[in-house]
Design a binder for this molecule. Structure first.
Ligand code: ACM
Length: 539
């Protein structure tokens, strides 16, 4: 009797399990949604399919979907505001006050309905729908019945681009933003100034781009490399920056501009040598990489410099409407301040105890301008030194410790630890082209634990999300840049969006994702999946 009962119990478990399996179809969506349930029927998108929007907040998203369809499948989908019950893709903003970015997507015989918690949720639902479509034109877009519920894990899902070491035209920046949109990422961190150039028009100081946007040469090959004379440069006008902001906004992406001070300022000093602690030395935009301790690239604390910072950050706040402004603050070689009698005098007169406190003085000064404009300051984790400016957000790049310290002090934190999220590093140990020498394969990005174990659940709430960075010293071409970005961006996206991670499942989904990359014209690295790496590497 007992045996029979046990057998029945086991059998029913198998049946339930099997039913659950059939109810979770393999759709290979990246990032993985919260829940996917198969339902009866199917819907085929055709020339007669209309996009019906219930209100104006979905208008741009409907246009995006129609354009996407046209680009990839050869014809646009008509958009209508008239209620339609069948043969329709309904985009509905429910404004229900639930989690920002959340949505429900339903596919049935009648059509497709995307109900977003608000406008961004509708857009993310459209991104999921895009992944239900065929990866080749000409294949009938038959979508099986399904109910998908989804919402993001983190409110901040970011990707950075350094346009200083190498410059990318505005059309490519938009393409980069498209990549982020396809991955439900919502912040684009634009690193606009550094030692090697100043890349944003400034009406308050037009000289910054007349002089500071250009350098005489760069190195070829791995640092220290071989110097090559090569006039190089470029910058974005206000108009172009606003175009990028608008383009990003239509994809629910906020642009965060970074002007890096008080170090990494050779391009400023090339323009205004008088802002240096050694104004009489020859100044020029850096022609090599990783120079921060070798060349004097710091701003001197003088009234002219603080006025310059007020003007520049004020103008930056006016160009970029987003909430966040990035002040940099990283790798400031304080020895130049220590060696300067003028700087030491300024510190004594202003009761500034040491160089770290002076750095903090700079950051707090800029923060006042930013706050006056109603915005919030972000800085790299060095801004913790000498006391953190109130309400500043920390990007933890030198490992996780800066993030842990800031979160414990009640500051908001974005995790960007270089060992997990600097995509300029190698994806494969067998890589033959030149990159930074760290090793960050796909699984390392995927399995990176964003919330540090050291934090209590309350402290963990201060971690608002994570971001990967792409520093472009070794990325002079978009081809190479994309191969660094992909497929790691897909791993990052699942890490910051999905509630649960499953590495084995993610790997199974990757061939479909590669097909999508092909459809999207994205160039990518297959390093992680090559036999060579499987046999000889660590996988
Ligand atoms: C950094 O990588 N210096 C932020």
């Amino acid at each position: 009797m007992k045996k029979t009962l046990l057998a029945i119990l086991m059998l029913s478990c198998i049946v339930v399990f099997a039913q659950q399996r059939t109810k979770t179809p393999q759709l290979n969506i990246i990032p993985e949604p919260v829940s996917i349930k198969a339902t009866d029927g199917s819907y085929t998108v055709s020339r007669s399919t209309k996009i019906y929007i219930t209100d104006a907040t979905s208008e741009k998203t409907a246009q995006y979907l129609s354009d996407y369809y046209n680009k990839n499948y050869g014809y646009p989908l008509q958009i209508t505001k008239k209620k339609t019950d069948k043969d329709v893709i309904t985009l509905k903003n429910t404004a229900n006050g639930q989690i920002t970015g959340g949505y429900n997507l339903t596919v049935s015989e009648k059509g497709i309905e995307i109900a977003g918690n608000e406008a961004s949720g509708v857009f993310y639902g459209v991104q999921t729908l895009i992944q239900l479509l065929p990866t080749r034109a000409g294949v009938l877009p038959i979508i099986k019945g399904v109910e998908i519920t989804d919402y993001p894990r983190f409110e901040y899902r970011g990707m950075h681009l350094d346009v200083v070491r190498h410059f990318y035209p505005v059309e490519y920046v938009k393409r980069y933003i498209d990549f982020l949109a396809l991955h439900k990422m919502n912040y684009f961190h634009w690193h606009l100034t550094d030692d090697q150039g100043w890349r944003i028009q400034m009406n308050c100081h037009p000289e910054l781009t007349q002089k500071g946007a250009y350098r005489d040469g760069e190195i070829i090959g791995l640092y220290p490399g071989v110097y090559k004379e090569l006039p190089y440069g470029g910058y974005y006008t206000h108009e172009q920056a606003r175009e990028v902001v608008q383009y990003a906004a239509e994809r629910f992406i906020t642009v965060i501009p970074e002007i890096d001070i008080p170090g990494h300022c050779m391009a400023v000093l090339a323009t205004f040598p008088q802002f240096s602690t050694v104004p009489n030395e020859e100044k020029y935009c850096a022609r090599t990489w990783g120079i921060f301790n070798k060349f004097n690239n710091v701003l001197a604390p003088t009234p002219e410099v603080f006025k310059f910072l007020d003007d520049v950050f004020s103008e930056l706040c006016d160009i970029f409407p987003g909430q966040y402004i990035h002040v940099g603050g990283d790798e400031c070689a304080k020895k130049w301040w220590k060696e300067s009698e003028q700087t030491q005098k300024f510190m004594r007169e202003n009761n500034i105890a040491d160089q770290e406190a002076l750095q903090s003085y700079f950051i707090r000064h800029v923060q006042k301008t930013v706050v006056k404009k109603g915005k919030t300051l972000i800085g790299w984790d060095e801004i913790l030194q000498g006391g953190l400016a109130p309400d500043a957000i920390v990007m933890s790049w030198q490992g996780i410790h800066g993030g842990v310290a800031a979160a414990k002090n009640g500051h908001r934190v974005i995790m960007t630890p270089s060992g997990y999220s600097y995509f300029n590093n190698m994806q494969s140990r067998n890589q033959t082209n030149v990159t930074h020498k760290g090793y960050i394969p796909l699984d390392k990005v995927y399995n990176y634990n964003i919330i540090p174990d050291e934090l209590s659940p309350e402290e963990a709430k201060m971690i608002i999300g994570a971001q990967a960075c792409l520093w472009t010293e070794y990325y002079p071409t978009t081809w190479k840049l994309e191969c660094a970005l992909f497929p790691r961006l897909s791993a990052l996206a699942e890490n910051v969006w999905s509630q649960k991670k499953d590495w084995e499942h993610f790997k199974e989904k990757m061939p479909s994702q590669f097909d999508r990359y092909d459809l999207w014209g994205i160039r990518y690295s297959e390093a992680f999946f090559t036999m060579y790496d499987v046999v000889h590497g660590e996988h």
